[in-house]
Design a protein around this ligand. Structure first.
Ligand code: GLU
Length: 295
């Protein structure tokens, strides 16, 4: 599956839950996030610029069930999308005024540096290498790398089995942390197949081009849930992947604003999880992690 890289203006079809915006609970449609009316910000800040513009561009994934997925109507949905809407709402930006930009793993720093997006919320692991080019708010979630195989595969039961099965091929995504981290588990570099997006890895697993897919557990669980029993996760998580919100390097005020917004909207954060990734079998509702200092 190849997804368009172009930006698209989301025409959101979420149902507005009126009075009891936080009350619903079991509804499987994400609640409409609260949108601040005429919020005020110090002149010159990113928040002031965005709220003045009345629109913002947000990078996310378009092919990852549970986190960022373009649906048949052309809308994007998932936990990252809902977290982004909470932050946008606090600047007075309604969901219909967000322009969603597809940001596959390898382009995220480029798009932030180039100003193609105001922020990236896209299963984006905070790490020092990326921090050389951009800053992160968060973490807002902590995932961990794992392995997915076909349900009838008993030979690969975790990352260590890749060395003892040197003919086995494992798929991941260019520019991602899992693609780097799996290398020390391989007998030879030829075992690693790289694509731009995880849906391409899932397609390759289905048609037998690869024997395993590796990335974060929660991304894989989304593909397992969609596979009709064809895929399974094996072995334990073997890394920690703290997800951050990518912003322009050094924008401390924006980072602190994002932290305050998430802290003040913890109920909406939980609701965001439960209506998206939380519906995927095998996931657990998180607590908002402790944030790192903004830099
Ligand atoms: N969290 C990892 C990363 O940021 C893997 C998921 C992804 O590629 O988006 O590289």
């Amino acid at each position: 599956m190849n997804f368009r890289r172009t930006a698209l203006v989301a025409t959101l079809s979420v149902v507005a839950l009126t009075a009891a915006a936080c009350g619903g609970g079991s509804d499987d449609t994400a609640a409409e996030p609260s949108v601040a009316e005429a919020p005020e910000f110090e002149a010159g800040t990113t928040m002031a610029e965005i709220s003045e513009a009345g629109t913002m561009k947000i990078g996310t994934k378009f092919d990852q069930p549970g986190f960022g997925l373009e649906n048949l109507e052309g809308d994007v949905e998932g936990f990252d999308v809902e977290v982004a809407k909470i932050i946008a709402g606090a600047m007075g930006i309604a969901p219909e005024d967000i322009e969603w930009v597809e940001t596959p793993s390898a382009v995220r720093e480029d798009y932030i540096e180039g100003g193609e997006v105001d922020m990236v919320v896209a299963t984006y692991t905070i790490n020092d290498k990326r921090k050389e080019r951009i800053s992160f708010a968060g973490p807002y979630y902590v995932a961990g790398q794992q392995i997915m195989v076909s349900s009838d595969n008993d030979a690969i039961d975790g990352p260590d089995a890749l060395k003892s099965n040197p003919d086995a091929k494992v798929c991941s995504v260019t520019g991602s942390t899992p693609a780097e981290q799996i290398k020390s588990y391989l007998a030879s570099p030829d075992q690693l197949t790289l694509f731009d997006e995880y849906s391409q890895c899932a397609d390759s697993l289905r048609n037998g081009q690869v024997d395993a897919v590796t990335t974060d557990n929660v991304i894989l669980l989304g593909f397992v849930a969609e596979s009709d029993g064809d895929f399974k996760l094996v072995g334990e998580q073997f890394t920690e992947e703290p997800y951050g919100i990518g912003i322009t390097k050094g924008d401390v005020a924006f980072c602190e604003f994002i932290h305050e917004t998430l802290q003040e909207n913890e109920d909406a954060y939980i609701e965001a999880w439960e209506s998206t990734a939380g519906e995927v079998e095998g996931t657990e509702t998180p607590e908002l992690p402790e944030f790192a200092a903004c830099a």
